[in-house]
Design a protein around this ligand. Structure first.
Ligand code: G3H
Ligand code: ZN
Length: 289
């Protein structure tokens, strides 16, 4: 039996991070799982509220549990960016391994009060569930944005991070450290990269001692990501890069063979394109090669 907490603690000791990839459908899940198996590293798959509404909480949980049991492989399911206790409880009851309880849009005191209550409720449903809290502003949407939002004022302050972690009892903290959800067009073309505030990550780690998650990983430069992991990031989230590969692969596949109607044949190219992205990211996070 695999426990996500053990996997994260082992990763922390080895100065590597566990990759978290959002899965909007079975194509992405299949590509992510195949990639983790190629490298034989644990992996987390996440579903945002929109993705959960599209597939269904119980269906997601059954698919991931099925893969874990059939292949005896450490794959875990996270309820990403959940903004209400009702949705968090639904995910916990469906069997998700972790929940990102994201009230970062609220004033800190309200965020603390409600996250603390959520930790208690969710652990009553599943004592092994991991609850992640979030403070600071990293923007919204794993999409291609026309311009970068001004996130400078929403960077997480180390002393606030400590207060939040101590008061809420969360298992994981998602800070704002120069990261941003989504990509800019120049990032999709590979001309521009996101960079991270490494010193802030180190300070937050020192202050809190908590397990840390980096959201908005798409388009971040490799050196920043490795440094962030060395300074204490334990999970890295990637979503937009997979969505770009999914679309690009599908367009290529349909253009290659305009008459093909068999879904599993059409979908092979998108799966291969997504796998390339995931394998490269997992190599970096796990310091392989
Ligand atoms: O929760 C999802 C992520 O933080 C993904 O962000 O789309 O920038 O990779 P991204
Ligand atoms: Zn995120």
């Amino acid at each position: 039996m695999f426990r996500l907490r053990d996997i994260l603690e082992q990763a922390q000791e080895r100065h590597v991070a566990v990759g978290h990839f959002n899965i909007g459908d079975f194509v992405i899940l299949k590509a992510v799982f195949a990639s983790a198996r190629v490298l034989n590293v644990p992996v987390i798959v996440g579903a945002s509220l929109g993705e959960r509404q599209f597939i269904g909480d119980h269906t997601f949980a059954a698919m991931v549990r099925g893969l874990r049991e059939e292949h005896n492989f450490p794959i875990f399911l996270n309820a990403d960016h959940t903004h209400s206790l009702t949705d968090a409880i639904k995910a916990a009851r469906a069997g998700f391994d972790a929940v990102v309880f994201d009230l970062s849009a609220l004033p800190l005191e309200e965020n603390i009060e409600q996250t603390k209550a959520a930790v208690k409720e969710l652990r009553a449903i599943n004592p092994a569930i991991l609850v992640e809290g979030e403070i600071g502003d990293i923007g919204t949407g794993s999409e291609i944005h026309d311009s970068a939002p001004d996130l400078a004022k929403g960077l997480t302050r180390p002393e606030e991070a400590k207060r939040f972690v101590d008061a809420t009892g969360v298992d994981l903290l998602a800070p704002a450290v120069g990261n941003m959800h989504g990509m800019l067009p120049g990032m999709v073309r590979g001309e521009v990269k996101k960079t991270l505030d490494i010193e802030r990550i180190a300070q937050i780690k020192r202050e809190t001692g908590a397990l840390l998650t980096l959201h908005g990983g798409s388009g971040t430069n490799d050196v920043s990501l490795r440094q962030a992991i060395i300074e204490g990031i334990n999970i890295v989230h990637i979503n937009t890069e997979l969505r770009v590969a999914w679309r690009h692969g599908l367009e290529k596949s349909l253009a290659n063979d305009p008459k093909e109607v068999v879904p599993y044949k059409i979908l092979q190219i998108p799966i291969d394109e997504i796998k390339q992205v995931v394998i490269a990211r997992l190599r970096l996070f796990n310091n392989i090669g």
